[in-house]
Design a protein. Structure first.
Ligand code: DDQ
Ligand code: CA
Length: 245
């Protein structure tokens, strides 16, 4: 009975499609980044790297070269996701309940806002900031106060989604890494429904390190693709999903 229920056509019909993608380009980069956040504006890159005592935020013109600027965080701050909104950069911390705000142009500090719970991934739809916290829920936040305006439970595909990590808004969908999983999911921002999956297994280096998971997604507006990488990955890949968004 339970078996039949699990295999019912309804369940199968709800499975989000595996989205085909092409790899347009790959780029070499240093293999010691504990990548937590990634953002690209078409010219400059911003990346955050985690762990206590080694967390940083950096700006690059080329992710394979040394950073133009780098800010080290305090020893007791574990850097998490970041995004650029207007002329500001927002950087989450894992458990400090603190989002740090910087001027994107020169990474000068502009203060902070506080939030309850953990900080994992961050992106923006151009109006609000969108944040993950290790659960299956995303919160939409006021860029000025960081207050929660709305939240969605990510659902669909017969899986209960949790550990949503780095995020990237592109073409009306929110792409998310999932911690300890090689899959990216594409989420409908209104309903929270998972619209598609991309498995990065074929791009995942065999690093034999438990922390070396896929993490880091940056929308490339010019080339219409997503730059993806992972913690300790020696490369970034530009992928173009087909038939979605
Ligand atoms: N997170 O980025 C997925 C939120 C956390 C990754 C934590 C990886 C373990 C690092 C060791 C933590 C030491 C307290
Ligand atoms: Ca991102």
């Amino acid at each position: 009975m339970l078996f039949l229920l699990l295999l019912s056509p309804l369940t199968l019909a709800e499975t989000p499609p595996s989205v085909p993608f092409s790899v347009l380009e790959e780029r070499q980069r240093p293999a010691d980044h504990f990548t937590q956040g990634l953002y690209f504006d078409g010219q400059r890159w911003w990346e955050s790297s985690g762990l206590y005592g080694r967390s940083w935020l950096a700006e690059y013109s080329d992710p394979g070269a040394s950073p133009l600027r780098r800010k080290w965080l305090a020893e007791n701050r574990f850097a998490e996701g970041l995004t650029v909104f207007g002329d500001r950069l927002y950087l989450l911390t894992w458990k400090a309940g603190e989002v740090q705000i910087y001027r994107a142009a020169d990474l000068s500090p502009l203060g902070l806002r506080r939030y309850a719970g953990e900080g994992w991934g961050l992106t923006s739809d151009g109006e609000h900031l969108i944040m993950s916290n290790g659960s299956g829920k995303l919160t939409f936040r006021d860029p000025e106060t960081f207050a929660v305006l709305r939240s969605v439970e990510v659902h669909g595909g017969g899986e209960s989604w949790k550990w949503l990590n780095e995020l990237e808004y592109a073409n009306g969908l929110i792409w998310a890494n999932i911690w300890q999983d090689s899959r990216l999911i594409a989420i409908d921002p209104k309903s929270g429904e998972v619209r598609g999956l991309i498995d990065l297994k074929q791009l995942t280096p065999s690093l034999h390190h438990p922390d070396a998971v896929a993490n880091g997604i940056a929308w490339d507006r010019v080339r219409n693709g997503l730059w993806v990488t992972g913690k300790y990955w020696p490369k970034l890949y530009l992928i173009r999903p087909h038939g979605l968004g």
